[in-house]
Design a protein around this ligand. Sequence first.
Ligand code: BGP
Length: 466
Amino acid sequence: MNHPFPEHFFWGGAMAANQVEGACRTGGKGLSTSDLQPQGIFGPVVEPHAGDNGIKDVAIDFYHRYPEDIKLFAEMGFTVLRTSIAWTRIFPQGDEETPNEAGLAFYDRLFDEMAKHNIQPLVTLSHYEMPYGLVKNHGGWGNRNTIAFFERYARTVFQRYRDKVKYWLTFNEINMSLHAPFTGLGLPERSSRQEIYQAIHHQLVASARAVKACHEIIPDAKIGNMLLGAMLYPLTCKPTDVLESLHHNREWLFFGDVQVRGAYPTYMTRFFKEQEIQLTISGEDRAVLKETVDFVSFSYYMTGCVSADQDSVEKARANILNMVPNPHLASSDWGWQIDPVGLRLLMNELYDRYQKPLFIVENGLGARDTVEADGSINDDYRIHYLNDYLVQVGEAIKDGIEVLGYTCWGPIDLVSASKAEMSKRYGFIYVDRDDAGNGTLERRRKKSFHWYAGVIKSRGASLKTK
Ligand code: BGP
């Protein structure tokens, strides 16, 4: 490919503390909401018995094996690694006055290791987890006091890592709270829309407070929001379907509108009125929301369709986000529709709307891998998939969009978020562990490992356009 990727484009991968670290009870870590979801973010919420939260107890043991893993990332040429800080390593219950030194020291070691290999950390403050103590004792994000607890945590880590971390994200896939209220907000799954949107308001205020704190404490850092970029096409060109897609896309763009433009968009006034939602928003809240992000980051896995016709919608319950399948697209083994061009469309939509640099912080193919008798893993399907998406990123750059970087999801196999499986693998690096937790945890380079190293080295010139 005649490559348009700028010289300082960040190349790397992305992961989250609760999906890789394990060591759930080590170093004074408290219980997080993720520890209560042994079957994933849509599964039941279960209080774990001591030392038992399913596969995430050990995950891929990144907590102990990070030097080896970072070395492998460096071998591929990574210049960035996105990971998250587990809030519960720093404030185990969430409401303590002082942080847990052992937790802080762990991330010092981790960031120092990345620095040794010239890998920039891109750190998410909250990736699908919060201290369970805040849920049990304070009502999670339903309680506005959680804003102050989060701000204390954010200020603590900004202060501690101000010389080590220059790229930050506030809440992972903040719009996912609408589909998974316990995961995103620490609210019961059956919460009302009123309760959910009020909790979301608190989280948006907390996000803005973190942006403000980051700007104060680390003036040379950049902090972004993180959206699940689930773009929805109208199923047909019927104007009512097009209107339906406008409404559905606003459902998630609303979060970006607040975080990037600094105020509630006017279209939400009608929505709240029709839904009989009355939010408590103080003048001080409105003022702090004006602290907007420096860049827009997002995950991109799939697109879907929407229709104004209820029958078409009823037929399509398979997808986790209740999207109507697009008849023109194939799907992954997990039913996620494959749409590289959709990534270019999404990037154009976000850039036109926000005029802020974009950072693609998740994208990838979850697939079953086979280890051959000679130990090799020939994941050509992953190579083809990522090739096609990266080609579209190149096209978007040619469209004039400023893109900071690309971190594909799960550069090393990890525990999946939606179902807490090991068998849904994203990595360039294979990890010997199965869904039942058996395996040696040994790491092994897949074919895609060498492919991605080549893409990074050539700055995209090795990508195939056809
Ligand atoms: C995103 C999450 C990640 C991640 C990814 C893939 O929604 O931010 O945590 O896991 O999706 O999803 P899954 O792991 O379910 O395949």
